[in-house]
Design a protein around this ligand. Structure first.
Ligand SMILES: *[C@@H]1O[C@H](CO)[C@@H](O)[C@H](O)[C@H]1NC(C)=O
Length: 348
């Protein structure tokens, strides 16, 4: 009886309603590892077959990113619903950002799905028990190869990005994620993987990043942490939210104390900050040993952007030094087992 209970709890923690899993086989994992994190001509899928081939977009003070500059960046949107709860066909609401790590898998922050406050998970052990999620993961839709979060935004900016909706089939949440209901633990293990119904075909503009090859604590002062997100930029007059942009940061002490392992903080070199809509954004870094881009962080939390921007406006007026705030990132390298268990993306 006790054994049974343990097994059931384990499944609930790792797999939220798994249907037919798209877990990678060891062979596919090997092919993925050999081709991730850089453009490899002809690499379009994990079948091992190659295709014969002959190709500005933005957080607070984020730099706009153009197509192909962040081929792994995913706009995570939700299907639009009317006030009475009915789905509106082919209309999407910007929600967060994710990172492509295989043709089927997108890494993001678990809080995009949320947890209701009643009943709460066990805040001490991280067991989800009967805790319910605020949002239905089947309402999520992913877009790749786009510089705006949703089609309407690109249209308003007269950008010709092509939007192809990818439906989500399963969701995996890292054990120990407890959601908003547990005081001071909001961001603990705030990491999740969305699994798609159909695989994404790779090209010059669309390919996955690599996962780190081993657990490694980020070093204070280390530079080159590039965040790509579709979130807000209060300083942008044309479109405040929804443009893909990047911020380059340095590992630093967190401005707010967060007494849990598996997280680290970065501060943007231009005093910018990730904002609403950037949640789940991947932070990548060029590997120290190979010429590939590795996913090292997932944006979980940070200070309030509009407040920081208002403070900066005042500081500029009085020619004072601009306040620098930090972004709290989940350290991907300390969760490598999770990706191997859920998705077959294993680094060893
Ligand atoms: C990616 O976007 C560019 C620009 O919109 C487009 O030309 C290209 O065909 C797209 N690639 C794929 C595979 O959808």
């Amino acid at each position: 009886m006790t054994k049974m209970k343990i097994l059931v709890i384990f499944l609930c923690l790792l797999y939220v309603l798994p249907t037919n899993s798209k877990r990678l086989t060891p062979r596919e994992n090997k092919i993925l590892k050999a081709n991730c994190g850089r453009y490899v001509e002809g690499f379009i899928s994990l079948s091992g077959k190659r295709k014969e081939t002959s190709e500005e977009w933005k957080a607070l003070y984020g730099k706009e990113v153009s197509i192909g500059e962040a081929p792994w960046a995913v706009s995570l949107t939700m299907k639009k619903r009317t006030l009475s709860g009915e789905r509106v066909e082919d209309q999407f609401v910007q929600h967060g950002t994710g990172t492509l790590i295989s043709p089927w898998h997108i890494v993001t922050a678990a809080h995009l799905v949320g947890i209701t406050e009643d009943p709460l998970p066990n805040c001490e052990t991280g067991e989800l028990n009967d805790a319910k999620f605020l949002r239905d993961f089947k309402d999520f839709v992913a877009f790749v190869n786009v510089t705006c979060a949703v089609p309407e935004m690109c249209k308003d900016l007269r950008r010709g990005d092509q939007f192809k909706a990818f439906a989500v089939e399963s969701l995996y949440i890292r054990k120990g994620y407890v959601g908003e209901g547990c005081e001071n633990r909001e961001s603990f293990n705030d990491i999740a993987v969305f699994e798609l119904k159909e695989p994404i075909e790779f090209s010059r503009n669309i390919f996955p990043v690599c996962l780190p090859s081993k657990a490694k604590t980020p070093v204070m002062g280390a530079k080159g942490y590039k965040l790509y997100g579709y979130g807000r930029d209060p300083s942008d007059k044309a479109l405040e939210s929804g443009k893909l942009k990047t911020l380059v940061g340095t590992v630093t002490e967190c401005s707010d104390e967060f007494p849990y392992e598996g997280v680290f903080c970065t501060a943007a070199e231009n005093r910018g900050l990730a904002c609403d809509g950037d949640s789940g954004s991947g932070v990548v870094r060029t590997s120290e040993t190979r010429n590939v881009e590795e996913l090292v962080g997932v944006l979980s939390a940070g200070a309030s952007c509009p407040e920081l921007y208002d403070a900066h406006l005042l500081q500029r007026k009085h020619r004072r030094t601009l306040t620098q705030e930090t972004d709290l990132l989940i350290d991907v390298s300390s969760h490598l087992e999770f990706f191997c268990k859920c998705c077959g993306i294993c680094t060893k």
